[in-house]
Design a protein around this ligand. Structure first.
Ligand code: DGJ
Length: 336
């Protein structure tokens, strides 16, 4: 497992260099890193610890935020599913200008300890952080899924910072329009409006909710999509006027087949398509669960599917899968 993600990064780099020569300069060193037999380490030589995460691009720098998974994994008792957990370690931040070299910017959102009644205590669940920048307020806004061990609290937490890397001040959590929020993503559209996309209604249906102009609160405007399709882990992006949403199925930490949907308007209607993953192991999304799609800066039409390769028995040892998205005759495809 130790070098698994290295293999994927190599394939990613090679695929990019084969299919998109414009990538070659910035990704050459990624290929070199992988072929040199090194694992993906930050600039201090430590494994990058940022799971279920997302990337903010701001002023020439990519900021990668993710869940810090550290410590022993345990199985929460009396659940009807494989509820494996580690202490909530807060949210990490790494920065890079080339998606190859990652500088650890420290803990962007620190959890509290011995405060089990508080949303961001280590005893809680803090998952799938995403950050966007609000030009009007000049604040960086982080949203995340906040929960308790049984995942029934199901709320969206929000935090703000003046700097991309933090520290983020936790504001509180909310159920948008009194609806459940679990796996989530954030999307800032070209017009500056921002949306929360989340598994709701006990993971049966997804919802998309417009945020207030300061991005700190849900508004009353929301739509229900992929109704009763039981999808989670939404990864949304926009290309050539269309919105794309890649989701996973619901099988705890175990991988399953992805699917995607396309829309002309973010609130829908969304047209459902099949699995964008193609080839061997496509039905397990190559043993991963997607969670974010990264638009490569200054390369219109270049997007990276970012997934997690969960190690449910030892969550700290979970790895990453990043692959390019290809547009083929109106469909999207992902190859490993
Ligand atoms: C699947 C979700 O996508 C993850 O973020 C996490 O909540 C696990 N379920 C918990 O089993």
């Amino acid at each position: 497992m130790k070098y698994t993600y290295m293999k994927y990064l190599l394939i990613f780099a090679l695929t990019l260099s084969c299919y998109q020569s414009s990538y070659s300069k910035s990704f050459k060193c990624l290929a070199d890193t992988a072929t040199a037999g090194k694992t993906i380490l930050d600039e201090d030589g430590k494994p990058v610890n940022a799971h279920g995460g997302g990337v903010l691009y701001y002023k020439g720098v990519y900021y990668f935020f993710g869940e810090i998974k550290k410590g022993n994994t345990w199985l929460v008792p009396d659940q009807h599913w494989e509820d494996y957990r580690v202490p909530a370690g807060g949210i990490s931040c790494y920065s890079s200008t080339d998606l190859v070299h990652w500088k650890n910017r420290g803990v962007a959102l620190k959890p509290t300890t011995n405060n089990p009644g508080y949303d961001i205590d280590t005893s809680r669940v803090i998952e799938r952080p995403k950050v966007i920048y609000n030009k009007e307020t000049k604040k960086f806004v982080m949203w995340m899924h906040i929960d308790k061990n049984d995942y029934k609290y199901s709320r969206g937490g929000v935090a703000v910072s003046d700097k991309p890397w933090g520290p983020y001040q936790y504001i509180g959590s909310v159920k948008p329009n009194n609806q459940m929020l679990r796996d989530m993503n954030l999307f800032k559209d070209d017009d500056g409006k921002a949306y929360l996309i989340y598994s709701s209604e006990d993971n049966n249906t997804m919802q998309i909710c417009l945020l207030s102009n300061d991005y700190l609160k849900p508004t009353k405007h929301y739509s229900r999509i992929l109704i009763n399709k039981k999808r989670e882990s939404p990864a949304i992006f926009k290309y050539s006027g269309k919105y794309y949403l890649i989701t996973s199925g619901c099988s705890g930490w175990s991988p399953n087949a992805a699917a995607y949907a396309v829309a002309d308007h973010i609130m829908g209607p969304w047209e459902e398509h099949g699995n964008p993953c193609k080839g061997p192991n496509a039905d397990s999304s190559f043993y991963s669960q997607g969670g974010f799609v990264l638009p490569v800066a200054n390369k219109p039409g270049s997007f990276i599917f970012m997934g997690d390769i969960w190690n449910k028995l030892d969550l700290e040892q979970s790895r990453y899968l990043w692959l390019p998205i290809r547009f083929v005759k109106g469909e999207i495809e992902i190859y490993n």
